[in-house]
Design a protein around this ligand. Structure first.
Ligand SMILES: C[S@@+](CC[C@H](N)C(=O)[O-])C[C@H]1O[C@@H](n2cnc3c(N)ncnc32)[C@H](O)[C@@H]1O
Length: 210
């Protein structure tokens, strides 16, 4: 399935599920909170890719009440929920596709959780280079997301996606940690680390712009 079609299917999927979304993700709150714990004390400006309803932002604004966040998401209905949160006035929302909208620049950190496991390694390299360009020198990209445990698992999911182009609209295709490392390296990131996460099927990747 091509990128554009996939993005549009994600938009429909999440626009239709916004009502039950926070309950569905209640069990994943620790994976979202670990992002905030990994941020340096001097964090002020943050770009959140696939921010959804803003679940990861509660912990972030508790630790960094003066932060300013730019939230990008293709689902305008998910973003509407962010504006209703107590920190809504500190978030600038951009409705659009990661691969199409400008991100801006000079961020202390780019964060993402549960939102980037839908792309090939090649597409991720392009996206990661765009993320790198949006960071200030020394800035961090922190991604808390699902990873495939083996290359076989990664390959099987991409086959499933190709064999069901009109079937299920949402087939997840996480990469292995090894392929995540290659994509981050090829995009130009330094000091790449993969930390333990909860659940175990997730990893917390932390990468720096030199
Ligand atoms: C599972 S939700 C995660 C939301 C939030 N980060 C959290 O952890 O609760 C994934 C989000 O990524 C967004 N998304 C998926 N593909 C996207 C794309 N190509 N461009 C922008 N947003 C996208 C979806 O609309 C959705 O809101």
């Amino acid at each position: 399935m091509d990128l554009k079609k996939r993005s549009l299917s994600m938009q429909t999927f999440f626009n239709e599920r916004v009502d039950g979304y926070d309950n569905a993700h209640a069990g994943l709150m620790e994976s979202k909170e670990r992002i905030t714990a990994a941020l340096p004390d001097n964090t002020r400006s943050v770009l959140d890719l696939g921010a959804g309803t803003g679940l990861e932002l509660t912990a972030l604004f508790e630790r960094f009440p003066d932060a300013r966040v730019t939230a990008v998401d293709i689902s305008e209905k998910m973003l509407e929920q962010i504006q209703t949160r107590p920190f809504g006035d500190r978030v600038t929302c951009i409705a659009g596709d990661f691969f199409e909208v400008p991100f801006g620049e000079g961020y202390d950190a780019v964060i993402s959780t549960s939102a980037l496991h839908h792309f090939t390694r090649e597409d991720k390299t392009v996206l990661y280079a765009k993320i790198l360009a949006s960071l200030r020198p020394g800035g961090l990209f922190i991604n808390s997301d699902w990873v495939a445990q083996t290359q076989e698992e990664e390959d099987e999911r991409f086959v499933e996606l190709e064999e069901n182009p009109q079937g299920r609209s949402h087939i997840d295709t996480p990469l292995t940690i090894e392929n995540e490392r290659i994509a981050l390296t090829d995009a130009g990131f330094a000091d790449i680390e993969f930390r333990e996460n909860v659940p175990e099927s997730y990893t917390l990747s932390v990468a720096r712009k030199k």
